[in-house]
Design a protein around this ligand. Structure first.
Ligand code: ATP
Ligand code: MG
Length: 314
């Protein structure tokens, strides 16, 4: 059984426009995937395609418009509150603004424990110090405030806080992109070590395809709230099928072949307030046909992965 199963998840935001008109932003528009225990699913796609909305909806921070989420076969609606936090936790992109500046390091880490479980202050302090060591921070720093830590150390604090309730799944929303390049690899290596030691399952949101290639088992490519391609890492990187996946890969500078030309992706995704008819990608797609302008392709299995495109050959 999959540890996490997401079925046709939708999150639509109603926006009030001019003259009381109403508009709908379909931030997630029918997203489905599964993740097995100890695996890493990378979620990629341009800004605004719905990655953080997916993370927040899975965390219960946003209520879904429709669709279902199952953790080990149990509907997430039956897991609200405490048991949800013990199943899934999240670390954020910005380690500067996601930690309370008025709290000391150990209090920040131990807060979920003090709120959700009956533990003494002493026990919470000790557990926080143990976790500080685990994430590579000296426990002597337990009484310092966030501003006394560097960016990388703050992200380590965020990781410790996310782990204190022993969750099974950790969502990492661009966990290293706000950090200095020189410490990105250290934090990434820490995440890989922790996954191994604690049998964690990761949902890893990233713009950096070189990082994704390094750590993902499976990859989910999103475009305007929908999944366009989803499969094993090797399939996606070595034999991408969707024109959007190909364009993303071509736009990504390859650190292993820096001399190879890369082609930045032309144009921008359409506004989710006014998505085009047919396939959402057709206006930027070199292979688009008349059909793509009027019909929206379904996700279907092709060449050992799921892909939504009419023009794949048979
Ligand atoms: N609270 C909200 N109210 C209305 N629209 C929202 C809200 N949150 C997100 N959106 C919209 O939903 C879409 C998806 O946003 P989201 O933040 O999930 O994208 P993202 O893929 O995480 O982008 P980025 O790579 O920039 O972080 C965007 O069009 C965004 O403007
Ligand atoms: Mg985001």
């Amino acid at each position: 059984m999959s540890l996490l199963k997401v079925q046709e998840l939708k999150k639509h935001y109603a926006l009030k426009g001019l003259l009381n008109s109403k508009a709908m932003v379909k931030a997630l528009d029918g997203v489905s995937f599964e993740v097995k225990k100890k695996q890493t699913l990378a979620i990629v796609g341009e800004s605004g395609c719905g990655k953080s909305t997916l993370a927040k909806t899975l965390m219960g921070l946003e209520e879904e418009t429709s669709g279902q989420v199952f953790f080990e076969g149990v509907d997430s609606k039956a897991l609200k509150g405490k048991s949800l936090y013990q199943t899934i936790q999240m670390i954020f992109q910005d380690p500067y603004n996601s930690l309370n500046p008025r709290k000391t390091a150990w209090k920040i880490i131990a807060e979920p424990l003090l709120i959700n479980q009956k533990v003494s202050q002493k026990e919470a302090y000790e557990r926080a110090c143990q976790l500080m060591e685990k994430v590579g921070l000296r426990p002597e720093m337990a009484n310092r405030y966030p501003h006394m830590f560097s960016g990388g150390q703050r992200q380590r604090l965020g990781i410790a806080r996310a782990l204190i309730l022993n969750p099974k799944i950790l969502i990492c929303d661009e966990p290293i992109s706000a950090l200095d390049v020189s410490i990105q690899a250290q934090v990434l290596n820490l995440l890989v070590e922790l996954q191994d030691q604690l049998d964690l399952t990761y949902l890893f949101i990233s713009h950096d395809l070189n990082v994704v290639k390094h750590i993902a088992d499976t990859v989910l490519v999103m475009y305007l709230g929908k999944v366009v391609e989803y499969g094993r890492r090797e399939q996606i990187f070595e034999n991408p099928q969707h024109p959007y996946t190909r364009a993303l890969l071509e736009a990504s500078p390859n650190i292993f072949e820096p001399e190879k030309e890369h082609n930045p992706l032309a144009g921008e995704p359409p506004s989710p307030l006014n998505p085009p008819q047919g396939c959402a990608f057709h206006e930027r797609c070199p292979q688009a046909t008349e059909r793509c302008k009027s019909e929206s392709p379904d996700l279907q299995e092709r060449s050992s992965r799921m892909v939504s495109c009419f023009n794949l050959g048979s």
